[in-house]
Design a binder for this molecule. Structure first.
Ligand code: CA
Length: 461
């Protein structure tokens, strides 16, 4: 057995709460579940900066945002820098990047390290999207999720079967504005999707950062998001409920199309006899609020936004139906790929290969805490910049109240504030216990851990 193929399927803003292998109350994802059932599901996989562009750079480089320079949506990734696809390509892997790139394009920002790339400009469109390859832009007829899968299948069919492949298949969906395809347009039409428990959160005793964020279902969804006018006379809670149904149904319709298309890729591997020799991953660039805390969007270090869905299948090593509770991070992915390729890990990568976890072993000294930082102070949804630490039990967040020159940030100072959540007694993060005397020792310990992590990852200037 040589080195495995790697099929990395990543969607955009697909939260674990909307995957049946994570116990979704609101939808079914039978094809994504196939990966989990025949492989392993991670319950504690997290991003280190919950927003599209930075997470993509974290994944490619194996570095935190302050190190690879892609801290915000306004930053781009300079293709002259080293990253995992380049290393795999140099070592004989056939490499492709198809779909949402979102790290800039043109000149030094075009994808590098890929034998073939064909990417959406910026966010791209759901219907009849333009994609850009090395020869320039071209408009494709159809629905973006189908097209990205068609292009992925076409590339797989044309590949050299004697060499392993590394395919990054990156979907645009289910990113805002959640435009479904024809096939799923009427899905869920006759039923009500349940609202999450924290739907009517009033943010009492939480930070001003939470109170002031502009990502509320009842107030901040716009006409483009909702697509039709609300029924006349609807107000207050009834209107909020109506908006949630509009939002969540379109979101889930986009997810249903992704699930179908994941199935097409898995079927292809089965038909070609490639299943045993291919490491398949399904993930998303971060999580998303699906009405929790009354919100849509991401950015915050709160659970729904921080958590990445992560299912992996590789029959030669991974026990079917297994799960992992160890902490995994998006900066760990690159080293995992290099590990499977048998390549050395560059000294400036900052993660850890997940391969031992895939094999059911948690190495001694494995990470039991993570460092998070969101840089884009008050941009778009008025979320304050913050950093923090999460352990298996606690989460400490510091909203430092300044833009600090981060690209695309808004230079409007805020009073710094802290939040502490005890995830054991309060998994839904409804009660900030930072000021409670009973937690004084926890605060002290976590602050030490936070500053230890900041130093370790090099974000301590
Ligand atoms: Ca995203």
């Amino acid at each position: 057995m040589g080195r495995p193929n790697i099929l990395f399927i990543m969607s955009d803003d697909h939260a674990a709460q909307a995957m049946s292998c994570y116990g979704s109350r609101i939808n079914e994802t039978p094809n994504i579940d196939r990966i989990a059932q025949d492989g392993m599901i991670f319950h504690n996989c997290f991003c280190t900066n919950s927003i599209c562009t930075p997470s993509r750079a974290n994944i490619l480089t194996g570095q935190y945002s302050h190190r690879n320079g892609v801290k915000t949506l306004a930053d781009k990734f300079d293709g002259r820098n080293p990253h995992v696809a380049k290393m795999l390509q140099l070592d004989g892997y056939q490499t492709a990047m198809i779909g949402k790139w979102h790290l800039g394009h043109g000149g030094v920002y075009d994808p590098t390290g890929f034998d073939y790339w064909n990417v959406l400009p910026g966010q791209g469109l759901y219907h009849n999207p333009e994609l850009i390859d090395k020869d320039g832009p071209k408009v494709y007829d159809g629905y973006v999720t189908d097209i990205i899968t068609d292009l992925s299948l076409a590339w797989l069919k044309d590949r050299d079967a004697d060499r392993p492949f590394f395919l990054m298949c990156h979907h645009k969906a289910p990113h805002r504005p959640w435009d479904p395809d024809e096939k799923h347009m009427h899905l869920y039409e006759d039923l009500d999707i349940p609202e999450p428990e924290t739907f009517n959160d009033d943010y009492a005793n939480r930070s001003n950062a939470a109170k002031e964020a502009k990502m509320r279902i009842d107030r901040d969804l716009n006409a483009r998001d909702l697509k039709i006018e609300p029924p006349e006379g609807l107000t207050g809670q009834a209107l909020k409920k109506w908006k949630y149904q509009r939002y969540i149904k379109d979101y889930l319709r986009c997810v249903a199309s992704i699930d179908d298309n994941v199935g097409r890729l898995l079927d292809y591997l089965d038909e070609e006899g490639l299943t045993d020799d291919t490491l398949v991953i399904y993930t998303s660039d971060q999580g998303f609020f699906l009405g929790e805390h009354g919100w849509y969007d991401k950015r915050f270090m709160y659970e729904e936004s921080l958590r990445m869905p992560f299912a992996v299948r590789y029959p030669r090593e991974i026990q079917p139906g297994s799960s992992c509770d160890a902490i995994a991070l998006n900066v760990d992915f690159a080293e995992t790929f290099l590990d499977y390729a048998g390549l050395p890990i560059p000294g400036d990568m900052q993660g850890n290969s997940l391969r031992p976890l895939f094999n059911g072993e948690t190495p001694e000294g494995w990470q039991t805490s993570l460092y998070y930082r969101y840089w884009m102070h008050l941009a778009h949804h008025y979320v304050c910049a913050h950093y923090g630490v999460r352990t298996h039990r606690y989460k400490l967040i510091y909203y430092y109240g300044e833009a600090l020159g981060a690209t695309g940030s808004v230079d409007e100072p805020k009073t710094p504030e802290w939040e502490l959540f005890d995830l054991q007694s309060d998994p839904l993060e409804m009660k900030n216990v930072y000021d409670e005397p009973a937690y004084a020792d926890v605060v002290k310990t976590l602050k030490e851990e936070l500053y230890r992590l900041k130093k370790e990852v090099g974000d301590d200037e």
